[in-house]
Design a protein around this ligand. Structure first.
Ligand SMILES: Nc1ncnc2c1ncn2[C@@H]1O[C@H](COP(=O)(O)OP(=O)(O)OP(=O)(O)O)[C@@H](O)[C@H]1O
Length: 237
């Protein structure tokens, strides 16, 4: 059976308010792929990601994500699309007034989980997956930045999404912690999840090569697995 791409945009125009940010965006991402999105500040990386989870509408062109056709998606369908997507964005941080376990429980209850035992089991599973199995009782401020991001990734995994969208997940972290997180996301993609990760940290592309798309001059262009600093710099010029 031929599976269609889990993410597909066709000649889409992406706008913020009335401003055109990206035009003629055509891309296909298959199930289980790991894809970087790079580009200068303000080039449209976040706008592209927001389009994929229907935060920004597609009014011109086509596009579908996890079987939802974006140009005609109805407001009431959006939560169903979002259940297929785990979001790791800097403006979706942990709730500071409760511990890690309760942060995760909050999301599960909000998405319809009822059984205390199933909730606790699922929380344990996702914490194990991000190697934070023993940190459920910690308050967010008791964790390092890297540990907090692991919890944010655990939270994104709770409802077993097909896709994870990660916008600058390593933004404020030291290089070693950034590497660990990028590796964790790559591992997660090996289990069949699709990961789209926007990053400024071009050293990650070299250490963990993967398909790379660049937002540049109002377009999204494909860069083929750049591996050396020179290749990355040349392609970014
Ligand atoms: N809510 C908004 N209303 C109007 N314009 C916006 C809005 N959000 C972003 N923009 C503009 O859209 C353009 C692209 O922004 P976007 O955040 O997608 O870029 P980016 O590549 O993610 O940048 P960064 O690397 O800084 O995160 C910028 O020019 C920005 O000023």
């Amino acid at each position: 059976m031929i599976e269609s791409p889990i993410i597909e945009l066709k000649n889409a125009i992406i706008r913020q308010a009335d401003n055109i940010i990206l035009t003629d965006v055509s891309l296909e991402i298959e199930k289980g792929e790991f894809v970087y999105i790079i580009g200068k500040v303000g080039s449209g990386k976040t706008s592209l990601m927001k389009t994929l989870y229907a935060e920004l509408p597609i009014k011109e062109g086509g596009g579908s994500v996890a079987g939802f056709y974006l140009p005609i998606i109805k407001t009431k369908q959006v939560p169903f699309l979002r259940r297929k997507i785990g979001i790791v964005f800097q403006d979706f941080q942990l709730l500071t007034d409760r511990n890690v376990h309760d942060n995760l429980e909050f999301v599960l209850k909000a998405t319809g989980w009822k059984s205390k035992k199933e909730i606790d089991n699922r929380i344990e599973e996702v914490l194990e997956k991000v190697k934070m199995g023993k940190k459920g009782y910690k308050m967010p401020h008791e964790l390092s930045g890297g540990e907090q991001q692991r919890i944010v990734i655990a939270r994104a995994l709770l409802n077993s999404p097909d896709i994870i969208l990660a916008d600058e997940p390593t933004g404020n972290l030291d290089p070693e912690t950034s590497d660990e997180l990028a590796e964790l996301l790559m591992d997660i993609s090996k289990n069949g999840r699709t990961i789209v990760m926007a990053t400024h940290q071009h050293d990650l592309l070299k250490k963990f090569p993967a398909r790379t798309l660049e937002c540049k001059d109002g377009k999204v262009i494909e860069i083929s697995n750049p591996k050396t600093d020179e290749e990355i710099e040349i392609e970014l010029d």
